[in-house]
Design a protein around this ligand. Structure first.
Ligand SMILES: OC[C@H]1NNC[C@@H](O)[C@@H]1O
Length: 438
């Protein structure tokens, strides 16, 4: 049975959330609309038309939520700042919005919980989208100004920062598949958005070096273990290529200052334009990579698909998201990242959506306890294999708005009754509380 004491003394355990998924108060105290406010209010975009207008009402209940983190015994808490809450038009300051984050940080510190801040977790101010959003190169300068302001505002108390959450999602789900805001379906736009996201990241890192001398800053990517879905040789080749499209595309430029050649070649072959402006800014050195790991992805060669591959379903047990439970992939990807980039790592998200049922005031999510135990074991194995892994944030602290799936997917270790906003610690939270003392 794995114990907390098996991990290095300074290893931190935390939970993660994101502003649009938990805060609510969407139109309160001067907050402006984000692309997710508009997207979720557009009929057909989210399950049941669910949106983040109220969510978990964390904007008003943050003190109670922090008390629960403290009760569980968590070391740290990763959350994101809502850009349109602090800059409703993407540029001018809304002091009431800023005040909320000052209160949140102070409450965390008073409860001995280390704040990790994500500057951008998908809720782009709609006013900036109207100026082209991630397709407009100027977005990097708007982001730099926002980042500089937040570093100045909170950098005296917050020493761990993440510029972007999962730029692959923002660019490919937002601009190619259209599943996420702003719902575009254009591969060239997705590549332009990806490039401007990475430029924005680089500008923010430059600003960080000027504003927070004693802090650490990194980039969080979703990291998928890509494996061939059958034993055909071309599927092994495709798996290696897809790994370059989804993983290396968002890591290589940040460390090496260039996109992976194999993927560039395919994109050029398809007549797509690859931007290469500001590669030196994109490669401004960072202190760590954040790793969001959930599952593996199986691919096979598919000449009918624009990118030459298609996804196939694996046969391992799956979570409510249909994602295979595959702890080995966490180990594999941590070792892969260490060997390719030689940077410290934090697992900034790992967790599962489960068939959580509240019965007699209790949620017996034994499956989530098992999931976490197995992934903790793989994280420890990676540490023992030489990976400089510094922490592990469970996704998520509480059930919340799961984007296009609305409130139908429960990832929390704390159950949220959305009718009453009551929070109930699931068995996994009670298990974690004991684990953190072990
Ligand atoms: O799908 C689960 C999580 N994945 N990473 C980004 C988060 O916003 C999601 O809720």
């Amino acid at each position: 049975m794995i114990r907390r004491s098996d991990f290095p003394k300074d290893f931190i355990f935390g939970t993660a959330t994101a502003a649009y998924q938990i805060e609510g108060a969407a139109n309160e105290d001067g907050r402006g609309p984000s692309i997710w406010d508009v997207f979720s209010h557009t009929p057909g975009k989210t399950l049941n038309g669910d949106n983040g207008d109220v969510a978990c009402d964390h904007y008003h209940r943050y003190k109670e939520d922090i008390k629960l983190m403290k009760e569980i015994g968590l070391d740290a808490y990763r959350f994101s700042i809502s850009w349109p809450r602090v800059m409703p038009d993407g540029k001018n300051i809304n002091q009431k919005g800023v005040d909320f984050y000052n209160r949140l940080v102070d409450e965390l510190l008073e409860n001995d919980i280390v704040p990790f801040i994500t500057l951008y977790h998908w809720d782009l101010p709609y006013a900036l989208y109207e100026k082209g959003g991630w397709l407009n190169p100027d977005i990097a300068l708007y982001f730099r100004a926002y980042a500089t302001f937040m570093f100045n505002e909170l950098g005296d108390r917050v020493k761990h920062w993440i510029t972007l959450n999962e730029p692959w999602c923002s660019s490919f789900l937002g601009y190619f598949t259209g599943e996420h805001a702003p719902g575009h379906k254009d591969l060239q736009e997705a590549l332009i958005a990806a490039h401007n996201l990475l430029r924005a990241h680089g500008h923010a890192v430059q600003a960080f070096r000027e504003e927070v001398k004693d802090g650490k800053v990194g980039l969080t990517n979703v990291v998928m273990k890509i494996e061939p879905g059958d034993s055909k040789p071309e599927s092994f080749l495709v798996a290696s290529l897809v790994d370059k499209f989804v993983n290396a595309w968002y890591h290589d430029p940040v460390v090496f200052g260039k996109y992976p050649e194999e993927a560039v070649a395919i994109y050029l072959e398809k007549g797509l334009q690859i931007l290469d402006s500001d590669m030196n800014i994109i490669a401004t050195p960072i202190d760590f990579f954040g790793v969001n790991y959930y599952t593996r992805t199986l691919v096979i060669f598919d000449p009918n698909n624009p990118l030459g591959f298609s996804y196939v379903q694996g046969d391992l047990p799956k979570t409510e998201m249909g994602w295979e439970i595959y702890p080995q992939g966490l180990f594999d990807m941590l070792v892969y990242l260490k060997e390719r980039y030689r940077l410290p790592l934090y697992i900034t998200e790992n967790g599962m959506a489960g068939p959580d049922k509240l019965e007699n005031g209790r949620v017996q999510d034994t499956y989530r306890i098992e999931y976490l135990e197995k992934h903790f074991e793989k994280a420890l194995e990676a540490i023992n294999a030489g990976v400089d892994l510094k922490g592990y944030f469970i996704w998520s602290l509480m059930d919340n708005f799961e984007w296009a799936y609305g409130y139908s997917k429960r990832f929390g270790i704390i159950y949220v009754d959305y009718n009453t906003q009551k929070r109930i610690l699931k068995d996994s939270a009670l298990w974690l509380k004991e684990f953190l003392k072990s």
